[in-house]
Design a protein around this ligand. Structure first.
Ligand SMILES: [Zn+2]
Length: 114
């Protein structure tokens, strides 16, 4: 997967979540991801009132997506935030929102159990 493909995938996930929002009537900014879409749903991501309409899970998911997009733009997407090692394509394919390598992820889930 190249970065363009990943970005597209992340934006699609973001869009799917935002489509759950009730029509807020918010006009999106010119650089909004939805400017090319045929959807009539126009959402400003900075409009927190709109985001409060989402359930906690969707909001969390949205945060993760934004986080992943930011990492992608900073060219840090393939780097583990814990140890700095390279994330494998296979690993990212399974969870495109992860910012931890398999070893750190394992460690984290071990820590949360004990
Ligand atoms: Zn790591």
């Amino acid at each position: 997967m190249n970065e363009k493909t990943i970005e597209k995938r992340l934006l699609k996930m973001q869009r799917e979540i935002l489509l759950k929002l009730p029509d807020t009537g918010v006009v999106c900014k010119s650089d909004c991801f939805c400017r090319n879409s045929t959807s009539e749903q126009n959402i400003d991501l900075d409009d927190l009132t709109a985001l409060f309409a989402l359930d906690p899970d969707s909001r969390r998911q949205l945060n993760l997506i934004n986080h992943a997009l930011n990492r992608l733009r900073r060219k840090e997407y393939y780097r583990c935030v814990q140890c700095g090692s390279q994330l494998s394509g296979e690993h990212l394919k399974k969870d495109p929102l992860t910012d931890l390598c398999e070893a750190c992820l394992q460690k984290q889930s071990d820590d949360s159990i004990h």
